[in-house]
Design a protein around this ligand. Structure first.
Ligand code: PLP
Length: 400
């Protein structure tokens, strides 16, 4: 049989909705690009995005800012992190997550994950008891949501506040509750490869008025906090406005306009991701020698990426397997690779973490994990062809 060939790019996102283009042109014509450059009672696009996202998410307060990582950084400060404090976080996440802890002056305490990419609660308990950490930065990496009820119960028992990193779970939920509505604060990313694409951007939500006020001050609000879209009452700012350092990370109106145009389609797009995910899951899951972790029925995830394990392969076959798939147009990310490529998600790439722990369970899960993004520019045939390429390459490896 001749070799199948996939030719589409895994990094191509969809076009931005038409109405956003018009709005961006209007903004350019007006010259009012800065979020506080408003006329009269006009609500800026940044403020409108805050209002609409708070409503979508079902949270009282929302701040729009420059990036997801920046949002996490100021959320840690707003939650009371002091320089030198330890912060519990998943060992499997993306580099901006430990980076945000570092930026806030904190020290990451990495917690093991299990084979389903969920935080290991026994290790969380042990690390919480052995450290002075008061905050868990729960990174829902690649959209895998653990049993949130168990996790929140444990954190409440331990007196640990939770900050959810929802970069991959915007639009997802666990047991009917939206991801991002469990912890005290949650951060989302609007970077091109997440669920809304403003190029770069972040949203931070909370129901805590004082934390919301601190977030707004940290984001570089000058004394213009009344021009926010989903902010607490002005009195809440009185006590904190002069003690919350300004760390410029404001949302720009043009980017907010892109987000505003996409938000009405978010739930529909999540379904479109899941449709593609289900096709890939069925096709790749049917390949002999491949295993896909099962997911809890209560987890309503967004399938914007898929992870699978080629259990039939030995570790030293992985590079050749990945190269063979790449030669047929299917680019796989291997989290087990010792040298970071494109982006890092292996904790041992972050050498500024000291002391560097040894986390055997996390390493074992990552050593076996291959990862594919699922862009909405792929159609049904593309998903089936990707599955067929992986099946074909695997069959060759099994034959030798
Ligand atoms: C992208 C991402 C972030 C941070 O988002 P940026 O907007 O790129 O700063 C945080 N956590 C995870 C898991 C991510 O993938």
């Amino acid at each position: 049989m001749s070799k199948l060939q996939f030719t589409k790019a895994f990094t191509q996102q969809e076009a931005i909705p038409e109405q956003a283009k018009q709005r961006v042109m209007e903004l350019l014509d007006s010259g009012r690009l800065h979020r506080y450059n408003t006329v009269g009672n006009e609500l800026s696009d940044a403020a409108m995005l805050e209002q609409e996202y708070a409503q979508y998410q079902g949270r009282k307060y929302c701040l729009a800012c420059t990036s997801g990582g920046y949002g996490i950084h100021i959320a840690l400060r707003a939650m009371g992190l002091q320089v030198g404090d330890e912060v519990l976080t998943n060992a499997y996440t993306l580099a901006p997550v430990p980076g945000a802890i570092h930026a806030a002056g904190g020290k990451p305490v990495l917690v093991e994950i299990d084979e389903n990419y969920h935080l290991d609660l026994a290790d969380l308990k042990a690390k919480a008891e052995a450290s002075n950490a008061k905050i868990l930065l729960l990174s829902l990496m690649r959209g895998h949501i653990p049993n949130m009820q168990q996790l929140m119960t444990l954190c409440n028992e331990l007196g640990i506040k939770v900050l959810e990193d929802c970069a991959h779970t915007m639009g997802a939920s666990w047991n009917g509750i939206k991801s991002g509505n469990f912890g005290q604060v949650a951060a989302f990313s609007l970077q091109t490869y997440k669920h809304m694409n403003t190029g770069e951007g972040g949203l931070v939500v909370t129901d805590d008025a004082e934390i919301a006020a601190r977030l707004i001050m940290h984001s570089g609000s000058y004394m213009l906090y009344e021009r926010h879209g989903a902010a607490p009452a002005p009195e809440v700012f009185e006590n904190i406005r002069l003690v919350s350092a300004s760390m410029s990370g404001r949302m720009v109106n043009m980017r907010a306009a892109l987000g505003l145009a996409q938000l009405p389609n978010l739930d529909k797009n999540c379904e479109r991701w899941n449709h593609r995910y289900n096709l890939l899951n069925a096709a790749i899951g049917a390949v002999t020698g491949v295993d896909i972790p099962t997911r809890d029925k209560r987890e309503s995830f967004v399938g914007s990426s898929i992870q699978f394990r080629p259990t039939a392969l030995k570790m030293d076959q992985m590079p050749d397997f990945i190269a063979a798939c790449a030669a047929q147009g299917v680019e796989l990310k291997w989290f087990g690779e010792s040298q970071p490529k494109a982006f890092t998600s292996r904790y041992d790439s972050w050498h500024y973490i000291s002391p560097m722990p040894h986390l055997p369970s996390t390493l074992e899960a990552l050593d076996r994990t291959l990862d594919l993004p699922v862009p909405l520019t792929f159609d049904d045939e593309d998903c089936l062809l990707i599955g067929a390429v992986i099946a074909q390459v695997m069959a060759e490896f099994m034959a030798h």
